[in-house]
Design a protein around this ligand. Structure first.
Ligand SMILES: Nc1ncnc2c1ncn2[C@@H]1O[C@H](COP(=O)(O)OP(=O)(O)OP(=O)(O)O)[C@@H](O)[C@H]1O
Ligand SMILES: [Mg+2]
Length: 250
């Protein structure tokens, strides 16, 4: 079982879009996949057609020990989801020590999936730390523009801290260049700079800027359900194949 956090403390870089569509691509490739939405914005739940306002028990209740994870996993045509709702905001106020390990403890014994993908919120707060404590790998979506690239350094510092103090197994599986537009010089420059500073980490597949990827969430559909022949579907399928091939040595 590969456990992968999709994380970047910068907002709006394609974490949710990537989590949902990589998960869907992996399912099409024949893998059993669980998506965990650990963002109180609940965007990946929404993207997968689950209305967060109707989610009675979310990953928050699993983490706080209220319910067992098995009882609230949603089977969405063979793609499994542990949904979020806004109560995830309350994790910070739970009166328990070592809050970074709540998810790992609650999911002890989780088995039977080939891939577990966790959609993280845009911060390095306690929810992201829970995802990083649980996961063996992290995938970083990078919107290939100047500012997000610089913000990524905080994330690497945080990953060093996580490795030292919370989870010595965590490794960076790879960096996804998202919202790529070949016409913009800055996109190429950021990719070249990323390759120079973090050699071998960028996936070869780039996720191109594509309107259908923006439209699919409002239909509650993955790109493969919404527009299976689109550029977005093609890119996420190629990326998923690369992720399968790029096994980190655990
Ligand atoms: N390849 C793409 N082409 C065009 N639009 C995209 C692409 N990827 C993502 N988007 C759009 O960009 C916005 C941000 O993407 P997304 O929600 O996946 O980012 P995020 O990192 O999860 O954001 P947050 O930090 O708020 O959780 C969304 O409106 C999404 O539809
Ligand atoms: Mg998101």
């Amino acid at each position: 079982m590969r456990t992968i956090a999709i994380s970047n403390n910068k907002g709006g870089v394609g974490k949710t879009t990537s989590t949902v569509n990589i998960a869907a691509a992996l399912q099409i490739l024949g893998y059993k996949v669980l998506v965990i939405d650990i963002d109180h914005q609940a965007q990946s739940s929404y993207h997968l057609g689950i209305d967060p306002n109707k989610v009675k028990y979310s990953v928050y209740d699993v983490m706080s020990g209220e319910v067992e994870y098995k009882s609230i996993i949603v089977d969405r045509n063979g793609l499994f989801v542990l949904p979020a709702n806004t109560s995830l905001r309350n994790i910070e106020f739970l009166p328990v020590p070592a809050k970074e390990f709540l998810l790992r403890e609650a999911l002890e014994g989780l088995d039977g999936y080939d891939y577990v993908l966790i959609d993280c919120p845009p911060s390095l707060g306690v929810l992201t730390l829970n995802a990083l404590s649980f996961s063996n790998e992290v995938i970083i979506p990078l919107q290939v523009q100047f500012l997000p690239f610089h913000g990524m350094y905080n994330l690497f510092e945080a990953l060093d801290m996580v490795k030292k103090r919370l989870n010595r197994h965590i490794q960076v599986c790879g960096i996804i260049g998202t919202m790529f537009n070949a016409k913009k010089d800055i996109n190429r420059e950021v990719l070249e700079e990323t390759e120079r500073r973090l050699p071998g980490k960028l996936f070869t597949t780039l996720i191109r800027e594509h309107t259908a990827l923006q439209e699919a969430p409002s239909w509650g559909k993955t790109i493969f359900e919404y527009k299976p022949d689109s550029l977005g579907a093609k890119d996420y399928m190629n990326l998923a194949k690369e992720i399968v091939a790029r096994k980190t040595n655990q």
